[in-house]
Design a protein around this ligand. Structure first.
Ligand code: ARG
Length: 450
């Protein structure tokens, strides 16, 4: 284990098992770049408030820039340190000597870890919004390419009424839009603060914390323009708040749920039985035993990973439940669920984006499914309603007609006029045969705002 950020009051070495058990560097190294941003801001704050001379601040900033460079170029190898904050501190000391020890003035990892996690979250949401928009674009293009296709719509997985394929696909765009808005809101609502110290605040004036992030982040790829940092309004809450983590995992869980539904629709549609759509081979895998198999494994994993997301959400909610104020080490366990949720959903969005682009709809097969007369039963009810039959009565009449057709295995369209009239004298054969048509059916629906 490398040098710790504490230890003065300890007479003994930490038990190696405890070192191993308590460290978080193996995952929180993902926060490195964000912790460095916090450190740069902190140097600026210490300089303004007189804890550092300009020369000292300059030396620390160039030390931090050197570490940043190492991270950017990948020559960054945290070893046995307790966490990323300790690693950066130790690296800085190697670079600038004991001056590095001043960086910890009036700050605590409790505040640092919240700050860095929030920045990680903001940057990851930004990337996620891009991937969501890309998938929306692919789905929209697919809908436009197949704009004239009508498919059977389902409720309870049973044939219900014909619907336009583009509307079906657009239903997923609507869901993705809600995911987009939710994540965007969470990001905007997240307040980035400093100055909580360990829990009680610091001796530095609140006004000094209103640092202009643009000064230290001029060249930062994510935060160059917009990062508002201010002093905490409640230091106790700042170090013990993980609402943002829960909100994000919750929004990502919902996004994963949407993607799993889309995956499931595509899995069903690609079966031999449905055969609505062909999934490109590049997105499928085979079987080691059955040579004919082409399985939609990537979609199955999109469906399956949803469990991980829900698990991550429940794990953080449970970890936070009943925690006394303020920071407790339990809270270190928010990172892996958060990171994993972001990583899973962004991979899913990217895989689906590629997969969607390659989908080929099977028009003939869809047409065969559309021959099912039951899809038009509701249109027959509306036909009778237009002839002044009460809806409930019309519903019963058409129900009987469908039953008769099934019992006698005669399509309604093929029934003789007298048989049709025995259900209702309002039925005129040459009028109703026209209703068994997908386009007529979808065009008769006018309630949806376009
Ligand atoms: N690695 C810790 C975390 O992720 C940093 C904070 C440690 N603070 C402390 N007082 N031990 O939460």
């Amino acid at each position: 284990m490398g040098k710790k950020l504490w230890g003065g009051r300890f007479g003994k070495q930490t038990d190696p098992l405890v070192e191993e058990f308590t460290k978080s560097i193996q995952y929180d190294q993902k926060l490195a770049t964000y912790d460095l941003i916090g450190s740069r801001l902190h140097v600026e704050i210490l300089r303004k408030s007189g804890y550092l001379s300009s020369a000292e601040a300059q030396a620390l900033l160039s030390g931090l820039a050197y570490i940043d460079e190492k991270i950017e170029t990948g020559s960054f190898a945290p070893g046995g340190e307790e966490d990323i904050h300790t690693y950066i501190q130790n690296e800085l000391q190697k670079k600038v000597g004991d001056l590095a020890l001043k960086l910890q003035t009036a700050r605590s990892r409790n505040d640092q870890v919240t700050f860095a996690t929030k920045l990680y979250a903001k940057a990851s949401i930004k990337a996620m919004l891009f991937f969501i928009a890309e998938l929306e674009k692919s789905i929209t293009e697919l809908a436009e390419e197949n704009v004239d296709i009508i498919i059977p719509g389902f409720t309870h997985m049973q044939h219900a009424q014909p619907v336009r394929l583009k509307d079906y696909l657009w239903a997923y765009v609507e869901m993705l839009e809600r995911d987009y808005t939710r994540l965007d809101f969470i990001s905007k609502n997240m307040r980035i603060t400093l100055g909580a110290g360990a829990l009680a605040g610091t001796p530095i004036n609140a006004s000094e914390y209103n640092v202009s992030a643009s000064k230290v982040l001029k060249h930062h790829r994510v935060f160059a323009e917009a990062l508002n940092v201010s002093a905490t309004s409640n230091s106790l809450d700042s170090v013990s708040d993980r609402d943002f983590v829960i909100e994000i995992i919750s929004a990502l869980s919902m996004a994963a749920m949407h993607l799993s539904r889309m995956a499931e629709d595509l899995i069903i549609w690609s079966t031999e039985e449905f055969d609505f759509v062909e999934i490109d081979e590049a997105f499928c895998t085979g079987s080691s035993l059955m040579p004919q198999k082409k399985n939609a494994d990537s979609l199955e994993l999109v469906r399956g990973y949803t469990g991980r997301l829900y698990g991550n959400l429940v794990s953080v909610l449970t970890m936070m439940k009943g925690l006394p104020l303020t920071y407790n080490r339990d809270m270190q366990l928010d990172k892996e669920p958060l990171f994993s949720s972001f990583e899973i959903v962004s991979s899913e969005l990217r895989v689906l984006q590629g997969l969607v682009k390659t989908l080929k709809f099977n028009r003939e097969k869809i047409q065969e499914h559309l021959e099912d007369e039951s899809l038009y039963a509701t249109d027959l009810v509306y036909y009778l309603v237009d002839k002044k039959v009460a809806f409930k009565q019309a519903h019963t009449i058409v129900g009987r007609l469908v039953k008769c057709s099934l019992d006698r295995s005669i399509p309604i369209k093929a029934m003789p006029e007298e048989l049709l009239k025995s259900f209702s004298d309002k039925i005129v054969k040459k009028e109703i045969v026209k209703l068994f048509d997908p386009l007529t059916s979808v065009e008769s629906k006018r309630s949806v705002k376009r």
